[in-house]
Design a protein around this ligand. Structure first.
Ligand code: CP
Length: 346
């Protein structure tokens, strides 16, 4: 049986990091409702988020059995990777994901393009439009750039990280990784630690993990928590040791020194002492607990090499899962259809 996935307008009325807090609007009925563009993890209701994750699982199984790790699904479609800001994991994994689905892929870096001659985002968008891009994967240092782009192109826009706003596919790959180790995330206690203020990864994870029913605790120095965090669907703590006891997972965030213009903490050493994850702290989480980091890591600052490379660390697995999850996102947005029976033909 095949079901058509509806591309729906953005869901309204949920508490949003950086948003206006809880709304009294009734919750939308739980049905799969894929947005036309993936700009925010908040665009996905629970049924849709679970659908993306189960699609990723089926794509992984479909690829695993093949000598040539490729599916013909997106043959003839064009995916443009539009990266105005540096990236290793996201850029490469989107490229690999599109290639594994047999799409034509163009990777565009602002460096070396006409952007360096002053070309605007709008003119760049029109150029992509003229070339018939079916999907545009956009990373930009300005929050909101992918949303702006979505007004100018006909293709599907996927936010690959915009400023300090969101990184929805990172949250999806994190949820995929968490589910592989912990099963369903409802009621699981996940501690997110570090530079929440500058972290698009934290914002998208808070939205998605709360949608999936997890209990999220944010731990950071007060200077690295955003104004309005009280309205987010999370607990907030300044005490890392107490928060880690019995946690199902701990997600460390990179200290984004490139986005810091002032002194947000006294010294790097002081930060590590209060908010870094070392082996003593790692031992406080549940025996089955896992350690995540989106990368790139500041080894020795927010996480010690012993923990990053040690037991329970799933950091390398997160990178591998990024390809699978981004395949699912491209597949669902571009095909709009998915086999819903267990005998699906992915
Ligand atoms: N996690 C992440 O977005 O990494 P990159 O900046 O390398 O893409």
């Amino acid at each position: 049986m095949t079901a058509t996935v509806q591309h729906a307008p953005k869901e309204q009325g949920r508490p949003r990091p950086g948003g206006d807090g809880p709304s009294s609007e009734p919750a939308a009925p739980e049905q799969i409702s894929l947005p036309r563009h993936l700009l925010s993890a908040g665009d996905l209701n629970r049924a849709t988020a679970e659908h993306v994750l189960s699609t990723a699982q089926r794509l992984e199984q479909a690829i695993a059995g093949r000598e040539v790790r490729k599916l013909p699904t997106l043959r003839g479609r064009t995916v443009v990777n539009l990266f105005f800001e540096d990236s290793t994991r996201t850029r490469i994994s989107f490229e690999l994901a599109a290639k594994r689905l047999s799409a034509d892929v163009i990777t565009f870096s602002a460096k070396g393009s006409s952007v360096s001659k002053g070309e605007s985002l709008k003119d760049t968008a029109w150029t992509l439009q003229a070339m018939g891009a079916d999907a545009v994967v956009c990373r930009h240092s300005s929050s909101g750039a992918p949303q702006q782009l979505s007004a100018w192109v006909d293709g599907h826009v996927i936010n690959a990280g915009d400023g300090t706003h969101e990184h929805p596919t990172q949250a999806l790959l994190d949820a995929y990784t968490l589910r592989r180790h912990l099963g369903a995330l409802a009621g699981r206690r996940i501690v997110v630690v570090g530079d929440v203020l500058h972290s698009r990864v934290a914002r998208s994870n808070v939205l998605l993990l709360s949608t999936l029913g997890a209990e999220v605790t944010l731990v950071a120095p007060p200077t690295l928590l955003p104004v309005g965090v009280q309205s987010w669907p999370v607990q907030v703590s300044y005490d890392l040791d107490a928060s880690l006891v019995g946690a199902d997972a701990v997600m460390m965030l990179r200290v984004q020194r490139e986005r810091m213009s002032g002194a947000f903490f006294p010294t790097a050493r002081e930060y590590s002492r209060s908010y870094g994850l070392d082996e003593r702290r790692r031992a406080l989480i549940a025996p089955h607990g896992i350690v995540l980091h989106p990368g790139p890591m500041n080894r020795g600052m927010e996480i010690t090499p012993q923990v990053a490379d040690g037991a329970g660390s799933v950091i390398v697995e997160q990178v591998a899962n990024g390809v699978t999850v981004r395949m699912a996102v491209l597949y669902l947005l571009l095909s709009g259809e998915i086999e819903t029976s267990s005998g699906g033909s992915l």
